[in-house]
Design a protein around this ligand. Structure first.
Ligand code: TYD
Length: 202
């Protein structure tokens, strides 16, 4: 099973990923926890380029291509092999981050950016995507420092949030949206319930 976590900045994704990974491991699953951009040495090198303030002004299309390149490498070397041996993959961000940040945030077009990532990954989509939803004003205020993307104007982050909500609304069977202003333990219960329901159905 392939589970992706998505959402804006400061939504608490990593805490929820840890709690879910611990729960799945306690249930006897092999859990592969990974992240984008990154997940392989080449992917981490790409991550350093796209997030570094050193490359302020990086062309929007170049940025979209770099995220897609990192994703292609990640799927080929980490995610597909893990799924093939029966592991549960918990991934911090996936295709929808590109659709939301580059497609909607940078106005490159959600469909075009989605197509790019589908090509890069041979069309691998998550079985379940968990969107941790938060008002960007609240999310950004939770951060201690900001990288190149987090430093974008509020409007950009609002478009990103709306894109995640639209993607989830279009395919309710593959998504769950969780209010990220709730307590950590309440969110964790909701995440676990959504995942366990899907695992039980298999
Ligand atoms: P990261 O430090 O991992 O942020 P977070 O903890 O919020 O996940 O940085 C990832 C940043 O890259 C984040 O601002 C979202 C952005 N991003 C994209 O713009 N497009 C993408 O395809 C991905 C995977 C991430």
């Amino acid at each position: 099973m392939f589970i992706a976590f998505e959402g804006g900045e400061g939504a608490g994704k990593s805490t929820q990923e840890t709690l879910l990974a611990d729960h799945l491991a306690a249930c006897g699953h092999e859990v592969v926890r990974t992240r984008e951009p990154g997940g392989t040495p080449a992917g981490e090198a790409i991550r350093a380029i796209v997030l570094s303030p050193e490359y302020e002004g990086l062309d929007d299309r170049a940025e979209a291509l770099l995220f897609a390149a990192s994703r292609g490498e990640h799927v080929a070397r980490v995610i597909r092999p893990a799924l093939e041996r029966g592991a549960v993959v918990v991934c911090d961000r996936y295709i929808d981050s590109s659709v939301a940040y580059q497609g909607a945030g940078r106005n490159l077009g959600m469909d075009a950016v989605r197509e790019l990532s589908l090509w890069a990954t041979n069309a691998l989509l998550p079985d379940l995507t968990i969107v941790l939803d938060i008002d960007p004003e609240i999310g950004l205020s939770r951060l201690h420092s900001r990288d190149r993307l987090e430093g974008q104007p509020l409007d950009y982050h609002r478009r990103v949030r709306q894109a995640f909500l639209d993607l989830a609304a279009a395919e309710p069977a593959r998504y769950v949206v969780i209010d990220a202003t709730q307590d950590t333990s309440v969110m964790a219960d909701q995440v676990r319930a959504a995942v366990d329901a899907r695992l039980d159905a298999r």
